[in-house]
Design a binder for this molecule. Structure first.
Ligand code: GLU
Length: 486
Protein backbone atom coordinates (compact mmCIF):
# COMPACT_ATOMS: atom_id res chain seq x y z
CA UNK A 1 0.00 0.00 0.00
CA UNK A 2 1.47 3.36 -0.90
CA UNK A 3 0.63 6.36 1.21
CA UNK A 4 -0.10 9.70 -0.38
CA UNK A 5 3.02 11.67 0.33
CA UNK A 6 2.51 14.91 2.21
CA UNK A 7 5.49 16.51 3.88
CA UNK A 8 6.04 19.82 5.56
CA UNK A 9 8.63 22.37 6.55
CA UNK A 10 7.54 23.91 9.82
CA UNK A 11 9.75 26.84 10.75
CA UNK A 12 9.46 28.81 13.92
CA UNK A 13 9.79 32.44 12.86
CA UNK A 14 12.49 33.16 15.40
CA UNK A 15 15.09 34.58 13.03
CA UNK A 16 16.63 34.39 9.60
CA UNK A 17 16.70 31.21 7.54
CA UNK A 18 19.71 29.23 8.75
CA UNK A 19 21.47 26.75 6.52
CA UNK A 20 20.36 23.86 8.75
CA UNK A 21 16.70 24.80 8.39
CA UNK A 22 17.14 25.43 4.71
CA UNK A 23 18.41 21.86 4.42
CA UNK A 24 15.33 20.54 6.20
CA UNK A 25 13.11 22.50 3.83
CA UNK A 26 15.10 21.37 0.83
CA UNK A 27 15.05 17.66 1.66
CA UNK A 28 11.31 17.75 2.30
CA UNK A 29 10.90 19.58 -0.99
CA UNK A 30 13.04 17.07 -2.90
CA UNK A 31 11.24 14.16 -1.27
CA UNK A 32 7.82 15.54 -2.21
CA UNK A 33 8.80 16.47 -5.75
CA UNK A 34 10.57 13.19 -6.40
CA UNK A 35 7.52 11.17 -5.36
CA UNK A 36 4.91 13.51 -6.79
CA UNK A 37 3.69 14.36 -3.29
CA UNK A 38 2.67 17.59 -1.62
CA UNK A 39 5.02 19.97 0.13
CA UNK A 40 3.57 22.46 2.58
CA UNK A 41 4.78 25.13 4.90
CA UNK A 42 3.37 25.61 8.35
CA UNK A 43 4.47 28.37 10.67
CA UNK A 44 5.12 27.27 14.24
CA UNK A 45 4.69 30.49 16.12
CA UNK A 46 3.53 29.36 19.53
CA UNK A 47 6.67 30.53 21.30
CA UNK A 48 5.67 34.14 21.72
CA UNK A 49 8.86 35.04 23.58
CA UNK A 50 11.10 34.06 20.70
CA UNK A 51 8.89 35.51 17.99
CA UNK A 52 10.71 37.81 15.58
CA UNK A 53 8.89 40.49 13.66
CA UNK A 54 9.12 39.75 9.95
CA UNK A 55 10.55 36.26 10.64
CA UNK A 56 7.93 34.50 8.56
CA UNK A 57 8.26 36.77 5.54
CA UNK A 58 12.03 36.56 5.46
CA UNK A 59 11.98 32.76 5.81
CA UNK A 60 9.63 32.39 2.86
CA UNK A 61 11.46 34.94 0.78
CA UNK A 62 14.77 33.17 1.29
CA UNK A 63 13.28 29.79 0.44
CA UNK A 64 11.90 31.28 -2.75
CA UNK A 65 15.28 32.77 -3.56
CA UNK A 66 16.78 29.30 -3.23
CA UNK A 67 14.33 28.05 -5.82
CA UNK A 68 12.11 26.07 -3.48
CA UNK A 69 8.38 26.24 -4.08
CA UNK A 70 5.45 24.78 -2.17
CA UNK A 71 1.87 23.71 -2.62
CA UNK A 72 0.28 24.94 0.60
CA UNK A 73 1.25 27.68 3.04
CA UNK A 74 -0.23 30.48 5.15
CA UNK A 75 -0.15 32.63 2.03
CA UNK A 76 -2.77 30.51 0.30
CA UNK A 77 -4.33 28.45 3.08
CA UNK A 78 -6.24 29.56 6.14
CA UNK A 79 -4.95 28.53 9.54
CA UNK A 80 -1.47 27.44 8.51
CA UNK A 81 0.03 29.34 11.42
CA UNK A 82 -0.17 27.68 14.80
CA UNK A 83 -1.30 30.92 16.40
CA UNK A 84 -4.44 30.66 14.23
CA UNK A 85 -5.17 27.12 15.35
CA UNK A 86 -5.64 27.58 19.08
CA UNK A 87 -9.27 26.42 19.02
CA UNK A 88 -8.30 23.14 17.45
CA UNK A 89 -5.63 22.48 20.08
CA UNK A 90 -8.11 23.41 22.80
CA UNK A 91 -10.60 20.91 21.46
CA UNK A 92 -8.13 18.06 21.82
CA UNK A 93 -6.83 19.26 25.17
CA UNK A 94 -10.42 19.29 26.45
CA UNK A 95 -10.90 15.81 25.05
CA UNK A 96 -7.82 14.47 26.81
CA UNK A 97 -8.83 16.20 30.05
CA UNK A 98 -12.32 14.68 29.83
CA UNK A 99 -10.86 11.23 29.21
CA UNK A 100 -8.46 11.57 32.13
CA UNK A 101 -5.48 11.28 29.77
CA UNK A 102 -4.34 14.75 30.76
CA UNK A 103 -4.78 16.85 33.87
CA UNK A 104 -4.39 20.37 35.18
CA UNK A 105 -1.18 20.98 37.05
CA UNK A 106 -0.87 23.69 39.70
CA UNK A 107 2.72 23.27 40.64
CA UNK A 108 4.60 26.60 40.57
CA UNK A 109 7.86 27.45 38.82
CA UNK A 110 9.50 27.87 42.24
CA UNK A 111 8.38 24.45 43.39
CA UNK A 112 9.62 22.88 40.18
CA UNK A 113 12.98 24.62 40.50
CA UNK A 114 13.38 23.50 44.12
CA UNK A 115 12.54 19.92 43.19
CA UNK A 116 14.99 20.02 40.31
CA UNK A 117 17.72 21.21 42.62
CA UNK A 118 16.99 18.46 45.11
CA UNK A 119 17.10 15.84 42.35
CA UNK A 120 20.36 17.16 41.00
CA UNK A 121 21.95 17.10 44.44
CA UNK A 122 20.74 13.56 44.97
CA UNK A 123 22.17 12.57 41.60
CA UNK A 124 18.74 11.71 40.21
CA UNK A 125 17.72 12.39 36.64
CA UNK A 126 15.49 15.48 36.71
CA UNK A 127 11.84 14.63 36.22
CA UNK A 128 8.45 15.96 37.14
CA UNK A 129 6.96 14.04 40.03
CA UNK A 130 3.18 14.00 39.98
CA UNK A 131 2.10 16.67 42.45
CA UNK A 132 -1.01 14.67 43.41
CA UNK A 133 1.02 11.60 44.35
CA UNK A 134 -0.28 10.06 47.58
CA UNK A 135 -3.22 12.49 47.94
CA UNK A 136 -6.72 11.22 48.66
CA UNK A 137 -9.55 12.55 46.51
CA UNK A 138 -10.46 15.04 49.29
CA UNK A 139 -6.90 16.23 49.67
CA UNK A 140 -6.65 16.63 45.95
CA UNK A 141 -9.82 18.74 45.81
CA UNK A 142 -8.59 20.93 48.68
CA UNK A 143 -5.20 21.40 47.03
CA UNK A 144 -6.82 22.47 43.75
CA UNK A 145 -9.30 24.82 45.48
CA UNK A 146 -6.55 26.46 47.50
CA UNK A 147 -4.36 27.04 44.46
CA UNK A 148 -7.20 28.31 42.34
CA UNK A 149 -8.19 30.71 45.13
CA UNK A 150 -4.60 31.94 45.19
CA UNK A 151 -4.95 32.78 41.50
CA UNK A 152 -2.50 30.14 40.26
CA UNK A 153 -3.13 29.45 36.60
CA UNK A 154 -2.66 25.76 35.81
CA UNK A 155 -0.81 24.16 32.93
CA UNK A 156 -2.12 20.96 31.38
CA UNK A 157 0.05 17.85 31.56
CA UNK A 158 -0.20 14.62 29.61
CA UNK A 159 -0.51 11.57 31.87
CA UNK A 160 2.42 9.58 30.58
CA UNK A 161 2.18 5.84 30.26
CA UNK A 162 5.37 5.05 32.15
CA UNK A 163 5.24 1.40 31.09
CA UNK A 164 4.91 2.31 27.43
CA UNK A 165 7.59 1.62 24.85
CA UNK A 166 7.84 4.21 22.10
CA UNK A 167 9.63 3.11 19.01
CA UNK A 168 9.76 3.89 15.35
CA UNK A 169 11.71 2.84 12.31
CA UNK A 170 13.52 6.02 11.46
CA UNK A 171 13.96 6.67 7.72
CA UNK A 172 17.55 7.71 8.37
CA UNK A 173 18.68 6.01 11.55
CA UNK A 174 16.74 2.75 11.63
CA UNK A 175 14.93 1.52 14.71
CA UNK A 176 14.87 3.88 17.69
CA UNK A 177 13.28 3.01 21.04
CA UNK A 178 12.45 5.11 24.09
CA UNK A 179 10.92 3.92 27.33
CA UNK A 180 7.98 5.90 28.68
CA UNK A 181 9.63 5.90 32.09
CA UNK A 182 12.62 7.84 30.75
CA UNK A 183 11.14 10.95 29.29
CA UNK A 184 10.97 13.03 32.45
CA UNK A 185 7.46 12.36 33.72
CA UNK A 186 4.10 13.87 32.78
CA UNK A 187 4.91 16.77 30.50
CA UNK A 188 3.15 20.01 29.75
CA UNK A 189 0.93 20.09 26.68
CA UNK A 190 -0.65 23.47 27.37
CA UNK A 191 1.19 26.41 28.88
CA UNK A 192 -0.19 28.94 31.32
CA UNK A 193 -0.75 31.41 28.50
CA UNK A 194 -3.14 28.95 26.88
CA UNK A 195 -0.75 28.13 24.05
CA UNK A 196 0.00 24.48 23.38
CA UNK A 197 3.58 23.31 23.68
CA UNK A 198 5.44 22.42 20.51
CA UNK A 199 5.28 18.66 21.09
CA UNK A 200 1.52 18.74 21.39
CA UNK A 201 0.70 21.23 18.64
CA UNK A 202 2.94 19.50 16.13
CA UNK A 203 0.99 16.26 16.50
CA UNK A 204 -2.40 17.90 16.14
CA UNK A 205 -1.14 19.73 13.07
CA UNK A 206 0.64 16.81 11.42
CA UNK A 207 -2.48 14.70 11.89
CA UNK A 208 -4.85 17.42 10.76
CA UNK A 209 -2.75 18.20 7.69
CA UNK A 210 -2.38 14.50 6.91
CA UNK A 211 1.38 14.58 6.98
CA UNK A 212 2.76 11.22 5.87
CA UNK A 213 6.46 11.72 6.61
CA UNK A 214 8.17 13.99 9.12
CA UNK A 215 11.68 14.73 7.92
CA UNK A 216 13.62 17.00 10.27
CA UNK A 217 16.90 17.55 12.09
CA UNK A 218 18.06 15.03 14.65
CA UNK A 219 17.86 17.64 17.40
CA UNK A 220 14.20 16.57 17.40
CA UNK A 221 14.82 12.88 18.14
CA UNK A 222 14.11 13.25 21.85
CA UNK A 223 10.82 14.96 20.99
CA UNK A 224 9.59 12.07 18.91
CA UNK A 225 8.64 9.72 21.82
CA UNK A 226 6.62 12.55 23.35
CA UNK A 227 4.86 13.07 20.07
CA UNK A 228 4.19 9.34 19.78
CA UNK A 229 2.53 9.51 23.21
CA UNK A 230 0.14 12.15 21.91
CA UNK A 231 -0.68 10.06 18.85
CA UNK A 232 -1.38 7.18 21.20
CA UNK A 233 -3.52 9.26 23.56
CA UNK A 234 -5.59 10.66 20.71
CA UNK A 235 -5.83 7.30 18.96
CA UNK A 236 -4.19 8.47 15.77
CA UNK A 237 -1.74 6.76 13.47
CA UNK A 238 1.70 8.37 13.56
CA UNK A 239 3.51 9.39 10.37
CA UNK A 240 6.91 8.01 9.37
CA UNK A 241 9.84 9.87 10.90
CA UNK A 242 13.27 10.61 9.49
CA UNK A 243 15.89 12.52 11.44
CA UNK A 244 18.75 13.97 9.47
CA UNK A 245 22.18 14.04 11.03
CA UNK A 246 23.51 17.30 12.29
CA UNK A 247 25.78 19.52 10.28
CA UNK A 248 29.32 19.92 11.52
CA UNK A 249 31.84 22.55 10.57
CA UNK A 250 34.56 20.69 8.67
CA UNK A 251 37.19 23.11 10.03
CA UNK A 252 36.43 22.57 13.71
CA UNK A 253 34.71 19.18 13.61
CA UNK A 254 32.05 20.67 15.88
CA UNK A 255 28.38 21.25 15.33
CA UNK A 256 27.86 24.21 13.01
CA UNK A 257 27.11 27.02 15.37
CA UNK A 258 25.84 30.52 14.96
CA UNK A 259 28.91 31.53 16.92
CA UNK A 260 31.25 30.42 14.10
CA UNK A 261 31.43 33.98 12.92
CA UNK A 262 33.73 33.22 10.02
CA UNK A 263 31.26 30.86 8.44
CA UNK A 264 28.31 32.27 6.56
CA UNK A 265 25.28 30.39 7.77
CA UNK A 266 22.25 32.39 6.88
CA UNK A 267 20.80 32.20 3.40
CA UNK A 268 20.41 35.96 3.52
CA UNK A 269 24.21 36.31 3.84
CA UNK A 270 24.78 34.39 0.62
CA UNK A 271 22.12 36.37 -1.09
CA UNK A 272 23.65 39.65 -0.06
CA UNK A 273 27.11 38.64 -1.18
CA UNK A 274 25.79 37.73 -4.61
CA UNK A 275 26.03 33.97 -4.70
CA UNK A 276 23.96 32.16 -7.31
CA UNK A 277 20.98 30.48 -5.64
CA UNK A 278 21.43 27.38 -7.81
CA UNK A 279 24.90 26.92 -6.33
CA UNK A 280 23.64 27.20 -2.76
CA UNK A 281 20.76 24.84 -3.56
CA UNK A 282 23.21 22.31 -4.99
CA UNK A 283 25.57 22.66 -2.04
CA UNK A 284 22.84 22.23 0.59
CA UNK A 285 21.39 19.22 -1.21
CA UNK A 286 24.70 17.44 -0.64
CA UNK A 287 24.77 18.14 3.10
CA UNK A 288 24.05 14.67 4.40
CA UNK A 289 22.95 13.17 1.11
CA UNK A 290 24.51 12.24 -2.18
CA UNK A 291 23.35 10.37 -5.24
CA UNK A 292 26.49 8.19 -5.36
CA UNK A 293 29.25 8.57 -7.92
CA UNK A 294 31.81 11.30 -8.29
CA UNK A 295 29.68 14.09 -9.72
CA UNK A 296 28.80 16.97 -7.46
CA UNK A 297 27.19 19.52 -9.75
CA UNK A 298 23.46 18.99 -10.14
CA UNK A 299 20.60 21.17 -11.27
CA UNK A 300 17.39 21.31 -9.29
CA UNK A 301 15.65 19.08 -11.83
CA UNK A 302 18.44 16.51 -11.62
CA UNK A 303 18.31 16.54 -7.84
CA UNK A 304 14.55 15.99 -7.88
CA UNK A 305 14.98 13.07 -10.26
CA UNK A 306 17.88 11.55 -8.30
CA UNK A 307 16.64 12.09 -4.76
CA UNK A 308 16.54 8.88 -2.79
CA UNK A 309 15.71 8.97 0.91
CA UNK A 310 17.59 5.71 1.39
CA UNK A 311 20.81 7.58 0.72
CA UNK A 312 20.38 10.07 3.57
CA UNK A 313 23.61 9.82 5.47
CA UNK A 314 23.83 8.35 8.96
CA UNK A 315 27.03 10.20 9.76
CA UNK A 316 27.22 13.96 10.31
CA UNK A 317 27.19 16.22 7.28
CA UNK A 318 30.32 18.32 6.91
CA UNK A 319 29.90 21.97 6.06
CA UNK A 320 33.00 22.67 4.01
CA UNK A 321 33.42 26.30 3.08
CA UNK A 322 36.12 25.45 0.54
CA UNK A 323 33.79 23.11 -1.25
CA UNK A 324 31.08 25.74 -1.25
CA UNK A 325 33.49 28.26 -2.76
CA UNK A 326 34.61 25.77 -5.37
CA UNK A 327 31.02 24.94 -6.28
CA UNK A 328 29.95 28.54 -6.36
CA UNK A 329 32.86 29.42 -8.64
CA UNK A 330 31.96 26.54 -10.90
CA UNK A 331 28.42 27.89 -11.29
CA UNK A 332 29.57 31.47 -11.91
CA UNK A 333 32.27 30.40 -14.34
CA UNK A 334 29.79 28.41 -16.40
CA UNK A 335 26.88 30.83 -16.28
CA UNK A 336 26.06 33.24 -19.11
CA UNK A 337 27.82 36.56 -18.96
CA UNK A 338 24.47 38.39 -18.97
CA UNK A 339 23.44 36.66 -15.81
CA UNK A 340 26.69 37.30 -13.96
CA UNK A 341 26.86 40.87 -15.16
CA UNK A 342 23.35 41.43 -13.76
CA UNK A 343 24.46 39.83 -10.49
CA UNK A 344 27.53 42.11 -10.28
CA UNK A 345 25.80 45.32 -11.30
CA UNK A 346 24.55 46.45 -7.88
CA UNK A 347 28.05 46.09 -6.38
CA UNK A 348 29.69 47.93 -9.24
CA UNK A 349 27.08 50.62 -9.08
CA UNK A 350 27.54 51.12 -5.37
CA UNK A 351 31.29 51.43 -5.87
CA UNK A 352 30.77 53.92 -8.70
CA UNK A 353 32.29 51.48 -11.21
CA UNK A 354 29.42 50.88 -13.56
CA UNK A 355 31.31 52.32 -16.51
CA UNK A 356 31.03 51.33 -20.19
CA UNK A 357 33.76 48.78 -19.60
CA UNK A 358 31.94 47.15 -16.69
CA UNK A 359 30.59 44.18 -18.60
CA UNK A 360 34.02 43.45 -20.06
CA UNK A 361 35.53 43.58 -16.59
CA UNK A 362 32.97 41.10 -15.34
CA UNK A 363 33.82 38.85 -18.26
CA UNK A 364 37.51 39.15 -17.37
CA UNK A 365 37.03 38.14 -13.74
CA UNK A 366 34.11 35.73 -14.07
CA UNK A 367 36.35 32.65 -14.25
CA UNK A 368 37.77 33.34 -10.81
CA UNK A 369 34.77 34.70 -8.91
CA UNK A 370 33.05 32.95 -6.00
CA UNK A 371 30.44 35.60 -5.34
CA UNK A 372 29.43 38.72 -7.21
CA UNK A 373 30.50 41.14 -4.48
CA UNK A 374 34.11 40.16 -5.23
CA UNK A 375 33.92 42.14 -8.43
CA UNK A 376 34.71 45.32 -6.52
CA UNK A 377 38.07 44.35 -4.96
CA UNK A 378 38.93 42.42 -8.11
CA UNK A 379 38.60 45.51 -10.27
CA UNK A 380 40.62 47.79 -7.99
CA UNK A 381 43.42 47.84 -10.53
CA UNK A 382 41.17 49.65 -12.97
CA UNK A 383 39.93 52.29 -10.59
CA UNK A 384 42.68 52.90 -8.05
CA UNK A 385 46.34 53.83 -8.04
CA UNK A 386 48.81 51.22 -9.12
CA UNK A 387 49.52 48.97 -6.13
CA UNK A 388 52.92 48.78 -4.54
CA UNK A 389 54.68 45.57 -5.44
CA UNK A 390 54.62 42.80 -2.89
CA UNK A 391 57.67 40.85 -1.84
CA UNK A 392 57.15 37.90 -4.18
CA UNK A 393 56.62 40.25 -7.10
CA UNK A 394 59.73 42.25 -6.27
CA UNK A 395 61.73 39.05 -6.26
CA UNK A 396 60.59 38.15 -9.76
CA UNK A 397 61.32 41.68 -10.93
CA UNK A 398 64.88 41.55 -9.63
CA UNK A 399 65.91 39.35 -12.56
CA UNK A 400 68.46 40.91 -14.88
CA UNK A 401 66.34 40.50 -18.00
CA UNK A 402 63.33 42.39 -16.66
CA UNK A 403 64.19 45.96 -17.78
CA UNK A 404 64.90 44.69 -21.30
CA UNK A 405 61.53 42.97 -21.50
CA UNK A 406 59.63 45.95 -20.14
CA UNK A 407 61.33 48.51 -22.36
CA UNK A 408 60.72 46.39 -25.44
CA UNK A 409 57.08 45.75 -24.59
CA UNK A 410 56.45 49.39 -23.83
CA UNK A 411 57.93 50.39 -27.19
CA UNK A 412 55.68 47.90 -28.96
CA UNK A 413 52.58 49.21 -27.21
CA UNK A 414 53.51 52.73 -28.15
CA UNK A 415 53.97 51.76 -31.75
CA UNK A 416 50.46 50.31 -32.06
CA UNK A 417 47.88 52.49 -33.77
CA UNK A 418 44.74 53.38 -31.83
CA UNK A 419 42.52 51.16 -34.00
CA UNK A 420 44.89 48.26 -33.56
CA UNK A 421 44.83 48.44 -29.80
CA UNK A 422 42.57 45.38 -29.35
CA UNK A 423 43.00 42.26 -27.21
CA UNK A 424 43.71 40.04 -30.21
CA UNK A 425 46.56 42.32 -31.28
CA UNK A 426 48.17 42.55 -27.89
CA UNK A 427 49.29 38.90 -27.70
CA UNK A 428 51.39 39.24 -30.87
CA UNK A 429 53.11 42.23 -29.27
CA UNK A 430 54.23 40.06 -26.38
CA UNK A 431 55.49 37.44 -28.82
CA UNK A 432 57.32 40.16 -30.70
CA UNK A 433 59.25 40.96 -27.51
CA UNK A 434 60.39 37.35 -27.44
CA UNK A 435 61.67 37.65 -31.00
CA UNK A 436 63.43 40.92 -30.32
CA UNK A 437 65.06 39.96 -27.04
CA UNK A 438 65.29 36.18 -27.13
CA UNK A 439 63.68 36.10 -23.67
CA UNK A 440 60.78 33.67 -23.38
CA UNK A 441 58.42 31.77 -21.12
CA UNK A 442 58.02 32.87 -17.56
CA UNK A 443 60.80 35.43 -17.87
CA UNK A 444 58.81 37.10 -20.56
CA UNK A 445 55.24 36.89 -19.30
CA UNK A 446 55.72 37.39 -15.59
CA UNK A 447 57.45 40.78 -15.72
CA UNK A 448 54.85 42.07 -18.15
CA UNK A 449 51.99 40.81 -16.03
CA UNK A 450 53.47 42.26 -12.84
CA UNK A 451 54.35 45.57 -14.46
CA UNK A 452 50.84 45.99 -15.79
CA UNK A 453 48.73 44.57 -12.96
CA UNK A 454 51.06 44.64 -9.96
CA UNK A 455 50.45 40.94 -9.32
CA UNK A 456 51.85 37.58 -10.32
CA UNK A 457 48.44 35.99 -10.71
CA UNK A 458 45.41 37.42 -12.35
CA UNK A 459 43.06 37.20 -15.27
CA UNK A 460 43.99 36.81 -18.89
CA UNK A 461 46.78 39.24 -19.74
CA UNK A 462 45.92 40.68 -23.19
CA UNK A 463 42.39 41.49 -22.06
CA UNK A 464 43.64 43.04 -18.84
CA UNK A 465 45.95 45.30 -20.84
CA UNK A 466 43.21 46.15 -23.28
CA UNK A 467 40.77 47.07 -20.55
CA UNK A 468 43.35 49.06 -18.65
CA UNK A 469 43.96 51.02 -21.81
CA UNK A 470 47.21 51.80 -23.46
CA UNK A 471 47.92 54.94 -21.49
CA UNK A 472 47.38 53.38 -18.10
CA UNK A 473 49.31 50.23 -19.01
CA UNK A 474 52.30 52.29 -20.11
CA UNK A 475 52.04 54.42 -16.99
CA UNK A 476 52.18 51.28 -14.86
CA UNK A 477 55.18 49.97 -16.78
CA UNK A 478 56.98 53.30 -16.37
CA UNK A 479 56.26 53.31 -12.71
CA UNK A 480 57.73 49.84 -12.29
CA UNK A 481 60.79 50.69 -14.38
CA UNK A 482 61.40 53.66 -12.12
CA UNK A 483 60.87 51.58 -9.02
CA UNK A 484 63.40 49.02 -10.24
CA UNK A 485 66.06 51.67 -10.68
CA UNK A 486 65.86 52.62 -7.03
N1 GLU B 1 9.27 24.36 14.55
C1 GLU B 1 10.19 23.29 14.65
C2 GLU B 1 11.59 23.83 14.41
O1 GLU B 1 11.72 24.91 13.87
C3 GLU B 1 9.84 22.22 13.66
C4 GLU B 1 10.03 20.89 14.20
C5 GLU B 1 9.41 19.79 13.36
O2 GLU B 1 9.72 19.73 12.17
O3 GLU B 1 8.64 19.02 13.90
O4 GLU B 1 12.55 23.20 14.74
Amino acid sequence: MTKTIRVRYAPSPTGLLHIGNARTALFNYLYARHHGGTFLIRIEDTDRKRHVEDGERSQLENLRWLGIDWDESPETHANYRQSERLELYQKYIDQLLAEGKAYKSYVTEEELAAERERQEKAGETPRYINEFLGMSEDEKAAYIAEREAAGIVPTVRLAVNEAGIYKWNDMVKGEITFEGANIGGDWVIQKKDGYPTYNFAVVVDDHDMQISHVIRGDDHIANTPKQLMVYEALGWEAPEFGHMTLIINSETGKKLSKRDINTLQFIEDYRQKGYLPEAIFNFIALLGWNPGGEDEIFSREQLIALFDENRLSKSPAAFDQKKLDWMSNDYIKNADLDKIFALCKPYLEEAGRLTDKAEKLVELYKPQMTSADEIVPLTDLFFSDFPELGEAEREVMAAETVPTVLEAFKANLEAMSDEDFLPENISPQIKAVQKETGIKGKNLFMPIRIAVSGEMHGPELPNTIYLLGREKSIKHIDQVIEELKR
